[in-house]
Write a protein that binds this ligand. Structure first.
Ligand code: SF4
Ligand code: SF4
Length: 153
């Protein structure tokens, strides 16, 4: 049983986790565990890293193929895709964001974990629009790379 079925909150045992080397390269983590008919992430990937056994199966990322381009982040209707890249003692987390106001590059924002709890601050490094979704890249302490999944502006 997935942890989220007990608590409603995903934990790192519920989905594929890349190696430290893959995190240094920068890869997409697919925090998608529900079996629903959905697959825009598969079509969005320019290097065909994401695959699914069938339309209802959870997607899998081939971390060796993934180039961390972030193109899959904004297409996910479940806001379940995050690109993580470790850079020395920092980590860059690219996440989908659908609230207002939208932060600007250089802003300091609040860094939240999967439960919505405040875990510190983050520096906004990139802001792009992908369809209706903003895709925001933040810089945080590397130790929080697998925890921070949202921001509050
Ligand atoms: S980050 Fe880019 S290369 Fe990696 S899975 Fe997403 S779309 Fe594919
Ligand atoms: S687009 Fe998002 S919700 Fe749909 S299968 Fe891919 S990761 Fe899951």
């Amino acid at each position: 049983m997935h942890q989220y079925e007990k608590t409603g909150i995903l934990c790192t045992k519920d989905f594929q986790i890349p190696s430290e080397e893959q995190l240094k390269k920068g890869v997409a983590i697919l925090e998608c565990v529900q079996e629903i008919p959905c697959n825009p992430c598969v079509a969005s990937c320019p290097v065909h890293a994401i695959s699914m056994k069938d339309i209802n199966a959870p997607p899998m990322n081939d971390f060796e193929k993934c180039i961390g381009c972030t193109k899959c982040v904004g297409v996910c209707p479940g806001l379940a895709i995050f690109v993580i890249k470790k850079v020395g003692k920092k980590a860059w987390v690219t996440l989908p964001y659908e609230f207002v106001p939208v932060p600007k590059v250089g802003d300091t924002v609040q860094a939240l974990d999967r439960t919505g709890s405040l875990r510190g601050t983050a520096l906004v490094k990139k802001v792009i629009k992908q369809g209706k979704t903003m895709v925001i890249t933040i810089e945080i302490e590397s130790t929080f790379a697998m925890d921070i999944r949202n921001i509050r502006v």
